[in-house]
Design a protein around this ligand. Sequence first.
Ligand SMILES: [Mg+2]
Length: 385
Amino acid sequence: MRITRVDTVPLDLRLKEPFIIANVAMRDMQFVLVRLETDEGILGWGEAIPAWEVTGETRGSVEACVRLFTDAGLLEYSLLGKEIGSLDAVREVMDAIEPKTGLRLVYGNPSAIAAIEQAMLDACAKRAGLPLYRMLGAENRPVEYTRNISILGVEETLARVADGLEKGLRIIRLKLGRPGAGGLPGYRRDVEVVRGARRLIEESRRGCLLIADANQGFVTVDNAVEFCRAVEGKLDWLESPTAAGDLHAFRRIKERCSVPLMADEAVHGYESALTLLELGGIDYINIKLMKTGGLLRALDLYDLAAERGVRCQVGSMIESVYGSAMGLCAALARPGIVSTDLNSFELIADNYASGIGIVEGRLRLGEGAGCGASFDEAALPRARG
Ligand SMILES: [Mg+2]
């Protein structure tokens, strides 16, 4: 089965309410779908979320990157005509366009490359008549659900924590890192919500992880250490406390306090993980397909981290149900993952795909051939231009 055509479809998706994190407040999302046709009439779909605050990509850059990979005149490499009828064949294409290490045809642009890979994997699994996770050697199982709470006032945040506990959720993830949030000085709001959430968890006598993501919002090591000391023993881990460019920050924070640390924005693909693991200081990595250049490299990154004793979450950039299904395939393929952040599709008002069920606080991927999610092309919420 060979690729005969690759197109992009820009989508505008609305969020149910603004999602507020340290460096950005999102109201709407700009997605790009990759639509791949083959000589056997099988269609494959991929989803790119250009997270300009993390990977520097935009809708325009994703469209341009995908176009580049179909224009041999520009890149001297084209996806058109490439064989993708088996997982090994897709791997071969990915080794060319997103190698683990070494020379690259295109630097960066991970969400564009991830969406191309998703479209190839989706088509490949549909041709085999199998769910993608099974092609990856995995079994289907329910995957733990994470409640994300964006940067709201102390009272509202704690009300949502209490509601999550009431519903029996087992992972609660607080967003932190906006100085002055909740009308309180400095990072006081963050200290209050972590202390309050831990108190609610203890009172509930339920086993529930309490984790927090600062999205780089404490910026400096000194700010992060001051916060960590104020909440000592109350967080199961803290994600991305400082600016992503300072790869030494994790080790420096670890020298001065004991909160386990997760890297997100500081780790993109396999090569940046190699560097950060070498520098030390991290206990966890938040792997996202939109940062690694796809699912296969995400699994490589997981294996690399596991060799070094570092555990991983499969996260998301607020993927829709479709992109989350791809993330779930990665999570199913590596049962050792410590958590997922793959229910962010609940934040999206106009989800265009279906295929993920939520059963007793856990995500359950559909069994259909392909990535597990599907949609009606005619009903896509296309971009207004
Ligand atoms: Mg994060």
